[in-house]
Design a protein around this ligand. Structure first.
Ligand SMILES: [Zn+2]
Length: 281
């Protein structure tokens, strides 16, 4: 067992807690977006109570505060989105190049990965597994409200932690624990960490949804109202408009808006569409 305490700064290059028993290598990523702090808050709370060290019963856990500079300046990104930079070889900024390389090397070594985020607009907690069966199974064992499959690899730019985990065939899940400043996001993150490290109890999510695609922000994009994550939109109901015209719900059964973006910039995702999976009627 490693020394039973650490400081936030120790997480900047990856901090390992190992048990005496052989077992899997777990990786928890926090603050890949620097202003999404529920993950690091949860880690520090579990450190202070001593629970974190007891949760690592076998194998080893590495915790990385991925975007240290953005975290210190309380911003989402520094030069470019670090969660669109993993595994990319053509990055022009040395900071993201170095951090992306560190994240990638830890992903390569890990058996199970939990990447903890929060959302800009209010949203129920949800898990976004990498597109493979083990990741979906892991996601369904976490104590969160929704699981959205087939979303992880649909960002406009690629280069997410989930894209990289899939490329090296690792079991990985992103969790969006709630809105950035919502204190309950920290509790959700703590519960996810507990589920992730303990033998998973297969707690079923409230609702399983399948992602059907994203809407990319184009010139003149504007939502017609302030949406929350998982607002239900009926067939042909308008959600937004841009210079091409109205953006309507194209799904006959209606669909949910996932991760609506508070300040959508051209080239980013404005939101994702998800529908109920067929097994779930
Ligand atoms: Zn994020």
């Amino acid at each position: 067992m490693s020394e039973a305490t650490f400081a936030v700064e120790d997480l900047f290059d990856g901090y390992e807690i190992s048990s005496d028993k052989a077992g899997p290598k777990y990786l928890i990523l926090v603050c890949i977006h620097g202003n999404e702090t529920c993950g690091v808050e949860a880690i520090l709370a579990l450190r202070d109570s001593g629970e974190l060290f007891n949760l690592v019963q076998k194998g080893a856990l590495t915790i990385l505060l991925a975007n240290k500079q953005a975290y210190l300046s309380k911003t989402r990104i520094v030069n470019r989105d670090l969660n669109r930079s993993i595994g990319k070889l053509d990055l022009s900024h040395s900071y993201e190049k170095e951090r992306a390389r560190l994240v990638a090397s830890l992903i390569e070594k890990a058996d199970y990965i939990l990447d903890i985020h929060s959302t800009s607009l209010p949203s129920p907690s949800h898990a976004i597994p990498c597109h493979n069966n083990t990741s979906e199974l892991l996601a369904s064992s976490l104590c969160i409200q929704y699981m959205v499959t087939k979303l992880a690899h649909l960002t406009v730019e690629g280069g997410t932690t989930m894209d990289y985990a899939k490329s090296v065939n690792t079991c990985a899940v992103t969790v969006e624990c709630g809105q950035h400043d919502d204190k309950s996001a920290i509790e959700t993150a703590k519960n996810c960490i507990r589920n992730f490290l303990q033998d998973q109890q297969l707690i079923q999510c409230k609702l399983q949804l399948e992602c059907k695609g994203s809407i990319e922000v184009k010139e003149g994009f504007q939502f017609i109202q302030k949406f929350k994550g998982f607002d239900f939109i009926k067939y042909k109901q308008q959600v937004a408009h841009d210079s091409m015209g109205q953006i309507l719900c194209p799904f006959k059964q209606g669909a949910y808006i996932v991760m609506p973006n508070l300040n959508p910039q051209i080239g980013e995702e404005a939101f994702f569409w998800a529908v109920k999976t067929s097994s779930d009627s």
